[in-house]
Design a protein around this ligand. Sequence first.
Ligand SMILES: [Zn+2]
Length: 178
Amino acid sequence: MNTETKTCPYCAEAVKAQARVCPRCRQWLAFRSLRNPAFASWVISGIFILAYLPLVILLLVRMDQSFNPRPLYHESPQKLRLTESRMSWKQFDSGFRIVLTGVVTNESNIPWEDLQFECRFFDTNGTIIDVGNTYGRTTAQPHDDAAFRLLVSPARDTNVYSSYRLTIIDARNGRRGF
Ligand SMILES: [Zn+2]
């Protein structure tokens, strides 16, 4: 037989130590019981919040997209313009590389990062002889210039390269989300 007692914090009555409900004022003394209405309502609220969390996140993402649009490069009306470029050769230990240096002008309101360049190389007849796809690790800030340098490994002998055409085919929108 256990005669240990505790004092009910609600009515100050001495009740048995194991009592989960005060026999005098009917207050729950053990919080973590699903039969305790206060605890049960906390558990149910928690389940509801978890169930609606994906919906809330989706709503926040949609709101962010409409207030802070981040179009892809091909969706953007104003893009990057190549204002100048030149091609030269450089000899490394592993062989010759084509070096393309230049400047891009960003006419849009969007900072463009990781510019993806495509360079077509032609011989004296204007026939395409080689192609280089490479990234420029530069960021072109809105309404500003950015310089770049690209290295391309040639697939042909250096003397067949006569002209080139450089284009920006893609870039990553640098606007940050929430
Ligand atoms: Zn009580």
